[in-house]
Design a protein around this ligand. Structure first.
Ligand code: SF4
Length: 376
């Protein structure tokens, strides 16, 4: 569903005024340029990176070495386009295969012994379902112009995929992530490309891949970009529990990241999301984004009673390790899903955060020098 331009301008005037903020413009420069069609999205560039072997004839090892070589060439070209040293139009169209064919092939091969995320189920998703409750098929539950996202993203062409690799007891999308992940529309790559095209052509500023979590659907998402023929920033809206390999597959196609960074302690991550090694995995992936200097808006949901164990360590880590990020310090936590049903099991998070707790979180972000106001 799309919304007319006058409507979102009326209900979200900050989606326009936010671009007057120099700091936002500077930090989200690449995303902004793709958004206004002044630059090609990364996936458009990846499509012009030729590969000279048929990816369909290689095993996983061969595919990865082809990927490594082509991805280096991608990055060289991308840096030149990013810094106005080269024009996209100068890049010839490959005769047969390009970097996206390789990425898509790798992801489809990976799900034979799935390691798309750090659950590393190693099951054959052509035969069985993983912890994410998905086999090889991908389900979309809805797609529309989302007006509730951070100001620079609105209207955001959001696609909600079924299934998730986490088990958050307070999940706000628990129906599509946990309860009925396979009751959406079954999509293949061509259908998914058409959805993205429709969202962009009706005014979306970006394509926002979310869920559940989009990671288990990575194979179809990557393949869809082969068929997508409109320029639009690709946005990854995720819990960031991806493997390094999945991060590498995404590096050359994601124009802006929207990571969810919830927990400052592995104990909390296990208890509330059943996610082992949470801190190590998420900080490792965020460090990769920092190295790539990609635009990023990090979301941190303030949980009641979790200021010392989660909010403060998370904000401190961001300030020290990924200072170019914009940070959304989120106050919208409310008990949902299992916490709403059995509040006595999770008494610490059985209420909304108090005004005082939110003030403390904002003051701490301020003290650390984080840029949070334009997107919180
Ligand atoms: S994507 Fe699903 S099947 Fe694959 S490793 Fe993660 S939870 Fe397991």
């Amino acid at each position: 569903m799309s919304v007319p331009s006058w409507y979102w301008r009326l209900v979200r005037p900050d989606a326009i005024s936010v671009w007057e903020d120099e700091e936002v413009r500077r930090r989200l420069k690449w995303y902004y340029e793709v958004m206004v069609d002044a630059k090609p999205a990364k996936f458009m560039i990846a499509k012009r990176i030729e590969v000279y072997e048929d990816p369909g004839k290689l095993d996983l090892e061969g595919l990865w070495s082809l990927h490594e070589e082509a991805s280096k060439r991608f990055w060289d070209v991308f840096e030149k386009i990013r810094s106005d040293k080269m024009r996209f139009e100068e890049l010839p169209l490959p005769d047969k295969w390009n970097l996206l064919h390789v990425k898509s092939r790798i992801a489809w091969e990976t799900i034979r012994s799935c390691q798309l995320c750090e659950r590393r189920c190693r099951i054959n998703r052509y035969e069985r379902k993983g912890v994410c409750q998905l086999d090889y098929r991908v389900y979309v539950h809805s797609w529309f112009h989302h007006l509730g996202e951070e100001a620079p993203l609105v209207p955001s062409g959001t696609i909600f995929y079924g299934g998730c690799n986490f088990r958050c007891v307070f999940c706000q999308n628990y129906d599509i992530s946990q309860v009925t992940p396979r009751e959406g529309i079954l999509v293949d790559a061509r259908k998914l490309a058409l959805i993205q095209k429709e969202l962009r052509e009706t005014g979306a500023r970006n394509i926002n891949h979310v869920g559940g979590d989009p990671t288990p659907s990575l194979h179809v998402i990557l393949e869809s970009l082969l068929y997508l023929d409109v320029n639009v920033p690709q946005l990854w809206n995720s819990n960031m529990y991806l493997t390094v390999e999945s991060m590498k597959l995404l590096r050359d196609v994601i124009d802006i990241w929207l990571p969810d960074f919830k927990y400052g302690s592995n104990k909390c991550a296990i208890r509330l999301s059943a996610a082992p090694r949470y801190w190590e995995v998420v900080t490792r992936n965020l460090k990769m984004i920092a190295e790539w200097k990609d635009p990023v808006i990090i979301r941190h949901l303030v949980l009641p009673n979790h200021l010392e164990c989660c909010t403060k360590p998370v904000l401190k880590w961001i300030a020290e390790n990924i200072p170019h990020a914009l940070v959304n310090v989120m106050e919208q936590y409310r008990p949902e899903h299992l916490v709403a049903k059995y509040p006595e099991k999770w008494p610490d998070i059985s209420r909304r955060p108090r005004w005082r707790e939110m003030q403390e979180a904002y003051e701490y972000a301020e003290k650390l020098g984080l840029v949070y106001k334009p997107v919180s």
